[in-house]
Design a protein around this ligand. Structure first.
Ligand code: ADP
Ligand code: MG
Length: 712
């Protein structure tokens, strides 16, 4: 049985305009082991086409190509891959070495695709390199070799699996005459001493002289097929490529035998080599992708930082014996109230009947729960008191007004400071809430420690020595109950209040009754009915934490129109303040993640077209579609990891700077970075990279090997 047999082979190329071009016409050839065949013919006569058919790179032909009596057409994809990997060794005119791999890695690539053990690979490759005189060049990159050396590496690569057939398409076309004869000697000895079938395409008759047989093709037809009578077998029998101890791999005996495939680890190694070869590009891309990760991590950190901040605040302010009720801006079912303009700058106030209703509703609940506690909204034993709180930034100020008779020097320039927030003093406040001074009464206010420096003192204690009380001018100009009212009072500062994290801001506390009087006076001045202050907060003094928790729980589940705890109120206040900011950050982060995905996709896509030839080579060596897919998918995975790591490092740097800046400016940083935010970012980075890699990887896998090899 002939080693290789072509019977009535026709090859048509389909052209764009539905016509076809016949590149091979009725080719009938039989080849045996040990032959060194030269295929000659004009350029464009169909030599490469023939080689591609024999090599299993192109299955679109008519006629029969039989290997050891088996028709190539009967091969399934997997068998065809195996055929290319084990039975055929390709040598190309332009060497087609993979530039980012070392010589030895190029030689062993076919074994890598079969997941052969590292030590075995190394041994086989070194043996071949030694025989081809390349032992000392194993670690070099292809670019560091001469043309002849490159072609010898390519021959070693073709021989690594001990194939029965070597296909060399113009192997000396790019070499000078001296190296040409070197390469020819090698090919000749492969045929002679190894008993392999070597089919070599060549232009020149001169080169063809050393072969045992010459086949000439013209316009796709075999016009000459002649055996050389004077063919002399190579004499360098033992010198070059003497019998190897690699067991002969006969494809037909291989059926049912489990063969390894490209391992994930090897794919990882190949990808790393390639990424290293274009490291600048990859690092720049990673920095680009990492921007979205930075935005994401900072967003999460800010969210958790603020939540933590609110918790701290709430703990500082809450008292287990008090329930603090405010309106939530929703109805009882939790639907947002229509036309609700209330927020932390426009407080939602309670009417008298509403207060009665809330009290009796909660009392009913407490009775059904067999609680002894009852809310008493007014009169004897009253345990419900009123409060009011409002952000007064931009509408309230305190000014220093030196009293005339206190002046010993020239009067200081009047200074004015915005009041960030105005509170009525909660009924549960005690001296413990004060840094210095006494609780305020009629005509008095309390300020946060920002007032100490503002009023020209060093410490809070200094302000109140010997019953002294600094005087300030309080000016509030606000819309209250739909009417613009102005409070303009000269007031005494009675205390500095501990507002913990807010201490850098001017926060004012004053007695509810005093503010009530001020509002009434202002309403009279504005010529409207003096209704006085309506509460925005209801404080209920309970009989202990248990009742407090019960009432808070009831409000949380049954009264969506109210909010029961300081935690809840602070949280909603902050979420109002922060929601716009968070939405902006989320959009930035989402959009930039999408941009990152597209960016990775583009880079990978470009990488596929840059490496088209390499993909062709891998396929000619027997890489399966899966293997190609795996190589590119691992690369996208690595890009994801790299971007994630770069993102984490940059976030740590930027986050550190932000924390420093925040701390310097406002005394605390609302950023709390958690390790799992970094883990989430890393995961997202890997996921988007892998998603971005799907299309390029499958595109690479689908590339036609013949076209890829033609690719310039
Ligand atoms: P050779 O290797 O002998 O120079 P080829 O086998 O490469 O020639 O090409 C044979 C003929 O087939 C040429 O005329 C070439 O233009 C044509 N040909 C090769 N590949 C294609 C293709 N993919 N599509 C259309 N025509 C092709
Ligand atoms: Mg050609």
């Amino acid at each position: 049985m002939a080693e290789l047999e072509l019977k009535g082979v026709y090859k048509d190329y389909k052209l764009e305009n539905k016509t076809k071009f016949t590149a091979l016409t009725d080719v009938n050839l039989t080849f045996e082991k040990g032959e060194l065949v030269s295929i000659i013919g004009e350029s464009g006569s169909g030599k490469s086409t023939l080689m591609n058919l024999i090599g299993g790179l192109d299955s679109d032909y008519d006629g029969e190509i039989k290997i050891d009596g088996i028709d190539l057409k009967s091969f399934k994809d997997k068998q065809l891959d195996d055929y290319r990997k084990k039975k055929i060794g390709f040598v190309f005119q332009s060497f087609n070495l993979i530039p980012h791999l070392s010589v030895i890695d190029n030689v062993t690539i076919a074994l890598t695709l079969s997941n052969v053990k590292e030590s075995v690979k190394h041994e086989r490759a070194m043996e071949l390199l030694d025989k081809l005189g390349l032992k000392d060049h194993a670690k070099k990159k292809p670019t560091q070799l001469s043309g002849g050396q490159k072609q010898r590496v390519a021959i070693a690569r073709a021989l690594i699996n001990n194939p029965d057939i070597i296909l060399a398409d113009e192997p000396t076309g790019a070499l000078d005459s001296e190296t040409t004869s070197q390469i020819l000697d090698i090919l000749k000895s492969i045929a002679d001493n190894e008993n392999k079938l070597v089919i070599m395409v060549t232009h020149s008759e001169k080169v063809a002289k050393i072969s045992s047989r010459i086949v000439e093709i013209s316009d796709g037809k075999v016009i000459r097929d002649e055996y050389k009578k004077d063919y002399v077998k190579s004499e360098k029998k033992d010198k070059l490529l003497a019998s190897q101890d690699i067991e002969n791999k006969d494809l037909n005996n291989k059926k049912g035998h489990k063969e390894g495939h490209l391992s994930f680890f090897s794919a990882l190694k190949l990808s790393l080599h390639n990424m290293w070869a274009s490291k600048t590009k990859n690092i720049l891309m990673a920095v680009g992708v990492s921007i979205s990760l930075i935005a994401l991590i900072l967003m999460l950190s800010l969210g958790s930082g603020l939540t933590g901040y609110i918790d701290t605040l709430a703990q500082d302010y809450s008292n287990p014996n008090y329930v603090t009720i405010s309106k939530s801006g929703y109805d009882r079912e939790g639907n947002e109230l229509e036309g609700d303009s209330g927020n932390f700058m426009v407080p939602r106030m309670f009417e008298n009947e509403e207060i009665e209703e809330v009290a009796s509703d909660i009392n009913t609940y407490l009775q059904t729960e067999d609680s002894d506690f009852q809310i008493i909204p007014s009169g004897e034993g009253q345990n419900l008191t009123y409060g009011f709180s409002c952000a007064t930034i931009g509408m309230g100020t305190v000014s220093t007004i030196p009293a005339v008779d206190e002046v010993t020097e020239l009067p200081e320039k009047v200074r004015t400071e915005n009041i960030m927030y105005t509170y009525t003093t909660p009924s549960y406040y005690t001296d413990d809430n004060l840094i210095a001074g006494n609780m305020s009464g009629e005509g008095e206010i309390m300020l946060s420690s920002a007032a100490i420096n503002f009023l020209g003192y060093e410490t809070a204690e200094e302000m109140f020595v010997d019953g002294n009380q600094p005087t300030v001018q309080l000016y509030i100009n606000m819309t209250y109950d739909g009417v613009r009212i102005v409070i303009n009072e000269s007031v005494k500062v009675s205390a500095i209040v501990d507002v913990s994290l807010f201490s850098g801001m001017m926060v004012m506390y004053l007695d509810y009754d005093f503010l009530n009087t001020c509002v009434e006076q202002a309403q009279i001045n504005a010529s409207v009915e003096p209704t006085g202050l309506k509460p925005s907060l209801l404080f209920i003094e309970t009989d202990g934490k248990e009742t407090t928790d019960m009432i808070n729980g009831y409000i949380e589940t049954n009264r969506k129109d109210l909010s029961g705890s300081i935690e809840e109120q602070l949280a909603s206040m902050f979420s109002e303040m922060m929601s716009t900011f968070s939405i902006a950050l989320a959009i930035i982060s989402g959009v930039s993640l999408f941009v990152a995905l597209i960016m990775i996709l583009v880079v990978l896509y470009m990488s596929v077209s840059e490496r088209t030839r390499e993909i062709g080579v891998l396929k000619s060596i027997g890489a399966r579609k899966k293997d190609i897919k795996m190589i590119f998918s691992t690369e996208s995975l690595l890009i994801g990891l790299l971007s994630g790591i770069v993102g984490i490092i940059l976030t740590l740097i930027i986050g550190g700077i932000l924390i420093g800046v925040f701390t310097a400016l406002i005394g605390f940083a609302p950023i709390s970075m958690n390790w799992y935010y970094f883990a989430i970012a890393l995961l997202i980075s890997v996921v988007i990279s892998v998603i971005a890699g799907v299309y390029p990887a499958s595109k690479a896998a689908k590339l036609d090997p013949v076209e890829s090899l033609r690719h310039e």
